[in-house]
Design a protein. Structure first.
Length: 95
């Protein structure tokens, strides 16, 4: 992502992110109203070498949108995804 609807200092790991130059509305649909790009955002994140750092950053900064392939709401994993992650942890599956 080249820029964000937020005013923040770009984290150093961002230089290696695959989302640089991707449409912002893929990652921040709540601002654009376009929720169709979420799938593309998550697909891009699934192969990104810094997705774990990105998710951690999104959580630490209480961000909303897609961060590291996970949809966050003010730094919290959306309830549906959180339940899926907990279920995977219980069965020994990974992301």
């Amino acid at each position: 992502m080249s820029s964000s609807p937020f005013n923040f200092q770009t984290p150093t790991f961002f230089k290696d992110a695959l989302c640089k130059g991707a449409p912002q509305d893929w990652f921040f649909p709540e601002f654009s109203g376009n929720h169709r790009g979420i799938r593309q955002a998550k697909q891009l994140c699934s192969t990104c070498p810094v997705s774990e750092q990105c998710l951690a950053y999104g959580m630490e900064t209480n961000s909303s949108g897609v961060w590291g392939g996970i949809t966050l709401d003010r730094g919290n994993i959306k309830k549906k995804k959180r339940m899926q992650i907990q279920q995977q942890q219980q069965t020994g599956e990974t992301k």
